[in-house]
Design a protein around this ligand. Sequence first.
Ligand SMILES: [Zn+2]
Length: 328
Amino acid sequence: MKFDLAYCLSLDDKLSIYDVRDLNFDESVAFDSAKEHFQCPNDACRLAFDAANVLTTFNAKNVNYVRTPHFKNTPGTRHVAECPYVSLKAPTSGVEADGAEVDDGREEHFPSELLLTRREYVRKPASPAVAADMIRDDVKPASAASDVEHPSRESAPDKTSVFAHPVECFVSNFADKELLKRMPLKIGEHTAPYSSFFKKIEYLQDNKGLIYWGKIKEIRDYTQSFRIDFEQKVWFKQADDAKKKPYSVNVYLSKKLIDNYRKRKAFLEEIKHAIDSDKELFCFFYGVTPELKQVPSKKNPEQTFGVFSANIENLDHFIVREAPGLLD
Ligand SMILES: [Zn+2]
């Protein structure tokens, strides 16, 4: 059983595992998922048990994960019989032989929208024990089964502000082309199925404002920036050319941008790991579209050559990761 959300006691809010990862790596907030209490997102279920009835996390703190992060039951987690999160794998008795749960490694909860404004969290100024009592007093049991507390909340379960979430949906379900065609994704004003919102870097001329992705050829570490070179080239015909020619594609990451990033440490770990890795890596980004630029040649600075290039402007919408399922 995987949970799309879990109730976080200290934040008094329901979080996705991607929210949790974002908080873990955020150096501007004090949050450590290993010390937090996560509970069943079904209010009625949660209220039936004490604060010790918790869920656990998988890949909540691993910067470079391959297998899909999620919340799961502990061997002792209990749910009420009518809880929608009860499954055969998590009996209501709470007694499981070995606590082992089947994990097919796919992200099943597709956000329908990536919010470009980051979610804000307000921590409750109370100890976990007091917080649990407050929750019990607050909630009306009759309406507790559904999430009716914040009906218009922007962080509704089908929306996310964490880029890694839709990326994980795309990566882990890549083999299921029909599913990716069916599931819609909205970013800003643009809505498209996952299958077309994610655009291979070599086809970036097809449409602007998409999530571009491609296999990384090389990452170069310069004084002021990192440069990510993609393996695939863009075929483009310039005005004075007779036919299309292949052009390299790259994106630049400014080190100044990284130094000011709230997830600086985790980001540098991601990049350093990528530079040292002998695995095939992929880069995903949203917010900029590489354009043809003329840059001076290293060997002969008077000469220039064309390359499709962009400067990443928001590190929240940039990911380098392993994605074995995307390899042909
Ligand atoms: Zn439950």
